[in-house]
Design a protein around this ligand. Structure first.
Ligand SMILES: Nc1ncnc2c1ncn2[C@@H]1O[C@H](COP(=O)(O)OP(=O)(O)O)[C@@H](O)[C@H]1O
Ligand SMILES: [Mg+2]
Length: 311
């Protein structure tokens, strides 16, 4: 069984006096396998939050259907096994962290000893132990995000749905959340999280889905999406005579970039590399490094997203 499966899932909103229809999610076929970390990547406004709301049953689809842990979204049995971190959790700020978690623990039906154990354990894992008895208005953005994560994990969920869990965190906080996601996976849970921050997704995900303008433009392991193709090859060299450099210009993808004493030369393929190396050796230049450069998720993303966003 897949953890999440959607079939031609779509959402339209009606806006304004004329109830004009706008489509924010179209024909979404998403598959998330059990036990994997799946990154749902897309620029702002792509429809990520809408998707998560459809999966949790907070919104109803206009078309298509979804199954979460084999059940319809919002189903009681499904909810018992799913943890959810909304995009902007808003908590009553005069509660303490412990009071808030206790309240949620009661909502999901945990008895008092289990609540206590879960709250202590999660607070330790998420490093908010010392803040548990502080009022939420004294929490920093990072601490609130961690408290939100603790809330999402209280019911020991099989599937965790997180909407932008790294947003608003500093680099250390983001690193900690990435670490947490991997730990959840090692405990056998499935993690589905949305993000618009590419490196966060690239580092921890088994598979990713890329959503642009309400459409899933790619889905699969990052390596498959990017292909194993080499986009370019970088050669670091020094002591290249300027007249040779001028002659070699036509081989290079970009201009040569000085790096201190050295030059960074980028060629497009192996044929160009062979020619460049021959010429460099002929003129007794020193070659320090040759590095193949694969397209990154970031380059892919920008290539895909930009032409569509600029009308
Ligand atoms: N209640 C609503 N009514 C009309 N449009 C909405 C509503 N909620 C979201 N949208 C629009 O749907 C699109 C997708 O939003 P969202 O799912 O929040 O994207 P993301 O989370 O990827 O940034 C956006 O263009 C947003 O303005
Ligand atoms: Mg969002």
């Amino acid at each position: 069984m897949n953890a999440i499966e959607t079939e031609k899932l779509g959402k339209e909103y009606r806006i304004g006096f004329w109830r004009k229809r706008i489509c924010v999610l179209s024909q979404l076929d998403l598959t998330v396998h059990e036990g994997e970390v799946f990154g749902y990547l897309g620029p702002n406004g792509a429809g990520k939050t809408t998707t998560l709301k459809l999966l949790t049953g907070l919104l109803r689809p206009t078309s298509g259907k979804a199954k979460v842990l084999g059940r319809p979204p919002g189903d009681v049995v499904m909810q018992q096994q799913v943890g959810f971190l909304p995009e902007q959790p808003s908590f009553y700020e005069y509660l303490t962290g412990r009071e808030l978690l206790n309240f949620y623990g009661q909502l999901v039906g945990l008895d008092r000893p289990t609540r206590r154990e879960q709250i202590e354990g999660l607070a330790r894992q998420l490093r908010i132990e010392s803040a548990l008895d502080l009022q939420l208005r004294k929490y920093s953005k990072g601490m609130l995000q961690r408290l939100g994560l603790a809330q999402a994990l209280l019911n020991d969920p099989r599937l965790v749905l997180l909407d932008e869990p790294m947003s608003g965190l500093d680099p250390i906080g983001r690193w900690e959340v990435r670490d947490l996601l991997l730990r959840l996976k090692s405990e056998g849970r499935t993690v589905f999280f949305s993000s618009h921050i590419i490196p966060d997704v690239e580092m921890v995900c088994d598979r990713v889905g890329i959503l642009v303008g309400g459409r899933l433009v790619a889905q699969g392991p990052i390596d498959d999406i990017l292909g194993a193709q080499i986009a370019s090859i970088e050669v670091t060299a020094s002591q290249v005579p300027p007249e040779v450099m001028a002659e070699l210009g036509y081989l290079l993808v970009t201009q040569s970039v000085p790096r201190g004493e050295r030059l960074l030369l980028t060629v497009k393929d192996e044929a160009a590399l062979a020619e460049l190396l021959t010429r460099l050796l002929d003129c007794k230049a020193t070659i320090h490094a040759i590095a193949p450069h694969r397209e990154s998720l970031e380059e892919y993303f920008i290539r895909y997203v930009q032409p569509r966003e600029t009308p």
